[in-house]
Design a binder for this molecule. Structure first.
Ligand code: UD1
Length: 362
């Protein structure tokens, strides 16, 4: 039987892969799950496997952290050995992280076809490592699974043949909808002394541009200080920015509660109850769109414009965040009613059907 090799490495990958693996299992595919170990802490990795009912990885490469070149190089070398050993009929990669690009490159050089889940997103900001990863992965892929019509348009303009592109919806939203009944904000509210009607803001911030330099981290702290003067702010801090944010005093800001990274269910339960989210994450722009929670993305570009046209997201320059946050909290900003097409909980099923046809083609 032919093998489908799925490669995941970091938090957002786990959330996207869960529905694809589940649907692939229902098709009776022989699937091998490789965890590269790009994320390795319990709070960044294992908790997602437990809560999303992901099968334990068949292979864990334990590659860990490093500079982009060192990390990608280590991933490339380790994944090449796995692919040579497993001889899969298809390698499935997710999103835009360094593990995604390394797996696509290792497979393509060994003449193994690559499927890219979440193909065609473009921020057109080449200072983002993710933009480089996505463009190169798409260039190497044989099956390109797009979450939005804009993504299909980008791929078509880049010359990808139409029969390689599949508009399937959004597997990250499959996971969200599957877990929706478990997302209860009340335990989070009680744990932090908030009543059922109290407003609060959830924050995540981990992009290099916002946290890698002390000056940028200081600007983040100053924005959060002004938002927290009005409503409580909760900030589960990604390990990437912790040292810089602590250095510039995030721990001592009145009204800001700094938390450890949260697991999937705890985090999205808290987001579901929030009056507002302030973030620089990609996936959270999509999740807030479906949860109907206003989202301010503290970036100058987004690769997910459908979350603005069909959702609750808006791009806000750092200096405008306090003013726009106040307007949202006053209820003077509303979002479009229409949700993105095909974000209906069935993307994984559509992806698995295409994969099954591809690997079993005559
Ligand atoms: C990576 C992805 C980013 C994604 C994010 C989700 C790339 C280029 N970036 O960024 O697109 O949005 O994951 O979280 O692939 N660390 C730990 N424990 C861990 C993992 C990381 O302490 O389990 C620390 C390490 O000090 C590491 C730093 O976090 O140096 C950054 O980790 P890395 O995997 O390089 O990138 P992320 O910022 O997590």
């Amino acid at each position: 039987m032919k093998t489908v090799l799925h490669v995941v490495g970091a938090r957002p990958n786990f959330v996207k892969a869960a529905p694809v693996l589940a649907a692939g299992a229902r098709h009776g595919l022989r699937q091998v799950l490789v965890h590269t170990g790009q994320h390795y802490d319990d709070a960044m990795s294992e908790v997602f496997f437990r809560q999303l009912e992901l099968p334990a990885p068949d292979i864990n490469l334990g590659v860990g952290s490093g500079s982009h070149g060192a990390q990608t190089g280590a991933l490339l070398s380790a994944l090449e050995s796995v692919i040579l050993d497993q001889r899969p009929a298809l390698v499935v990669v997710y999103g835009d992280i360094n593990s995604t690009l390394a797996a696509a490159l290792a497979a393509a050089k060994l003449q193994i076809p690559v499927a890219h889940v979440e193909a065609g997103l473009r921020s057109f900001d080449e200072t983002m490592p993710e933009e480089i990863n996505r463009r190169l992965t798409d260039a190497l892929a044989r099956l390109l699974f797009a979450t939005s019509p804009e993504a299909v348009g980008h791929l078509a303009r880049e010359g990808v043949p139409a029969d390689r592109i599949h508009l399937v919806g959004n597997p990250m939203i499959d996971t969200l909808l599957a877990k929706l009944d478990n997302l209860d904000p009340h335990p989070f509210r009680s744990a932090h002394g908030l009543g059922p009607d109290d407003s609060y803001v959830m924050v995540t911030m981990h992009r290099p541009v916002n946290v890698d330099q002390p000056e940028a981290a200081a600007r983040v702290v100053s924005v959060l200080r002004s938002v927290a003067a009005r409503v409580p702010v909760f900030f589960p801090v990604h390990p990437r920015g912790r040292a810089n944010l602590e250095e510039v005093g995030i721990g001592g800001v009145a009204g800001v509660t700094v938390l450890e990274p949260l697991g999937y269910v705890d985090f999205l339960s808290a987001v579901r109850g929030a009056a507002l989210v302030i973030t620089d994450s990609g996936g959270l722009q999509e999740e807030t769109t479906i949860l109907g929670v206003p989202c301010l993305t503290m970036r100058t570009t987004t690769e997910r414009p459908i979350t603005i046209s069909h959702g609750t997201n808006r791009l806000v320059g750092i200096e405008d965040v306090p003013g726009v946050a106040a307007a949202v909290l006053d209820g003077s900003v509303t979002a479009p009613d229409e949700r993105p097409p095909l974000w209906d909980g069935r993307a994984g099923v559509r992806i698995a059907a295409v994969i099954e046809r591809f690997v079993n083609r005559p």
